[in-house]
Ligand binder design. Structure first.
Ligand code: SAM
Length: 326
């Protein structure tokens, strides 16, 4: 019994550290936005100005991630002509909904899921800051908008407080917010699955592939984690009491692809972030490389080779989702 309560305490402490990663991610993004890597007029409402300087390789890594995910996402919106839904899993303080609205690229409905305490914080920011609440109100039509401390449901945007390891509850909550499994659906997870045990991320991917006949999953997280650099990354996070319990799926690009293919997906792709970086238009690379001086490129390359973008598709409506590439 004693060891059970110790285990529970340890797992709750790890969940708390995982929730803390949301602030790290948004601070790094805000720093990169301030430095001019990309534009995001909404991030300032979710996170304070970081006090410390971030290394240029971190900002370049975030740039490649935002561009890489953005390209795949826009290809999906194009194939479906925005007649689709997006579910952002472990969304943290992500600002994608607001940016898509500005670009006139909103899907039929955009959902976000995160732990209830993160969602409560996000709802508080949305309620108290008009630049965040106005776009939700403007895109809302029909009956009155539902909002409480742990969920918000409008016609085009919903945010749900749920644990991604509890799939029945997740499904129930999404259904309550009018999620339609028959609509082509894009699910995205940026630095989220690695914080879940391999059996939980596998179950999540299996649930998605079984539930949505036409779907794409975009995942961004670590890869090549068995070498020395990968071990140091694991130890660094461990020292901040955050365990990468899902690291088993992050051994190689092949293990990343296999996880999809073993869990009901038809096609899977995975490339490391150095490859993503090298796919970006030369003018963009030139522009961002001029923003901050980087002494030696070796660390940037090592870092980029330890993160990857993977995506998988299932296409019962034959929309050509398997053709989507960077
Ligand atoms: C590193 S942050 C990334 C946030 C966001 N995707 C981004 O890229 O800015 C990881 C997020 O996943 C969420 N998360 C991790 N495990 C989760 C789970 N089991 N259920 C719900 N949310 C989870 C955390 O709370 C956190 O907000």
């Amino acid at each position: 019994m004693a060891s059970t309560s110790r285990d529970l305490f340890a797992s709750e402490a790890n969940d708390e550290a995982v929730r803390g990663t949301c602030d790290d991610a948004s601070q790094c993004k805000r720093y990169a936005v301030n430095m001019g890597y990309w534009k995001d007029p909404y991030i300032e409402y979710f996170v304070r100005q970081p006090k410390e300087r971030k290394a240029p390789e971190i900002s370049r890594g975030y740039y490649a991630r935002v561009q890489g995910v953005g390209r795949l996402l826009k290809a999906f919106l194009q194939k479906t002509q925005c007649n689709c839904q997006i579910i952002n899993l472990g969304a943290g303080m992500d600002t994608l909904f607001w940016k898509l609205k500005d670009e006139n690229l909103l899907p039929r409905k955009y959902f976000e899921v995160d732990f209830p305490s993160i969602v409560a914080r996000k709802i508080h920011y949305i309620k108290s800051k008009p630049p965040l609440s106005k776009p939700i109100m403007e895109s809302h039509s029909g009956e009155s908008l539902l909002i409480d401390s742990h969920s918000l449901d409008s016609s085009r945007y919903a945010i749900i407080g749920a644990d991604l390891r509890e799939l029945l509850k997740l499904e129930e909550n999404l259904k309550k917010c009018s999620m339609d499994p028959q609509l082509p659906t894009l699910l995205m997870a940026e630095c989220v699955l690695v914080y879940m045990a391999p059996e939980h991320s596998a179950s999540l991917l299996k649930w998605v592939s079984g539930f949505f006949p036409t779907a794409m999953f975009i995942n961004y997280e670590q890869v090549n984690m068995t070498d020395r650099f990968g071990q140091i990354m694991i130890e660094n996070l461990q020292s901040r009491k955050c365990t990468l319990i899902g690291v088993e799926a992050c051994i190689s690009l092949d293990t990343q692809k296999e996880r999809y293919l073993h869990n009901g997906w038809e096609r899977a792709n995975a490339i490391d972030m150095m490859m993503v970086y090298n796919c970006l238009p030369p003018d963009d690379i030139k522009r961002i490389e001029a923003l901050e001086f980087l002494d030696e490129k070796e660390l940037l390359e090592q870092l980029m080779q330890h993160y990857c973008l993977s995506w998988a598709t299932k296409d019962s409506q034959n929309l050509g989702l398997s053709e989507i590439t960077l």
